[in-house]
Design a protein around this ligand. Structure first.
Ligand code: MN
Length: 209
């Protein structure tokens, strides 16, 4: 096990999600933005390690907040890349099997789910995410908005699907039209991956990376 984080690889190449996410945008998002959270988390951990070794103090309150921000960034980007797939090659279409049953039971059908999830994503204030999570107390797939990477989460609920709506996730391709990016997103959702996450969550597995 490594003591520090590294940038997870994409499960497809940088051109694979075009035209919904261009090669330029995906490259920038992965190699600059996602990388920045990895670099940021590691810098904090190195600072903590050094302070403990030297027996000096550091600002625990500020450090804990900053670390949660970067760890949230790492986790959510890793999930995001995994819950996307090239259109027509695993991406887009409709959910299948148990995932369909779970969505139908909660939302009364896919169209209603898509509408609620899109609205959650569109209405995130500032930078954040829309996420589908699963409550293993009630068996309900619930939509949450996440502020930045780490606030407004339903604590500890396993996450099935995320959508990044930070400006850096769409500005290069869609300028300020977040809603257009969200519409495009549905063409590249990897439903098989999300179905696997639901199956794991139903078994009580709360965290898979
Ligand atoms: Mn991002």
């Amino acid at each position: 096990m490594e003591k520090y984080y590294s940038l997870s690889k994409l499960p497809y190449d940088y051109k694979a999600l075009a035209p919904y996410i261009s090669e330029d945008l995906l490259t920038l998002h992965h190699t600059k933005h996602h990388q920045a959270y990895v670099t940021g988390a590691n810098a904090i951990l190195e600072k903590i390690d050094k302070a403990r070794k030297d027996k000096t103090d550091f600002d625990i309150k500020a450090t804990a907040k900053e670390l949660s921000f970067h760890l949230g960034g790492i986790r959510f980007h890793t999930l995001f890349w995994q819950n996307l797939a090239p259109a027509g090659k695993g991406g887009g279409g409709l959910p299948k099997g148990d995932l369909t049953r779970a969505i139908d039971a909660e939302y009364g059908g896919f169209d209603r789910f898509r509408k609620e999830f899109s609205t959650a994503a569109t209405s995130v204030e500032g930078s954040g995410w829309a996420a589908l999570s699963y409550c293993n107390r009630t068996g309900r797939p619930l939509i949450m908005q996440v502020e930045k990477h780490n606030m407004n989460e339903f604590p500890a609920l396993p996450i099935l699907m995320v959508l990044d709506v930070w400006e850096h996730a769409y500005y290069l391709d869609y300028r300020n039209d977040r809603a257009k990016f969200i519409d495009a997103f549905w063409n590249i959702v990897n439903w098989d991956e999300i179905g696997k996450r639901l199956a794991a969550a139903e078994k009580g597995i709360t965290f898979i990376q």
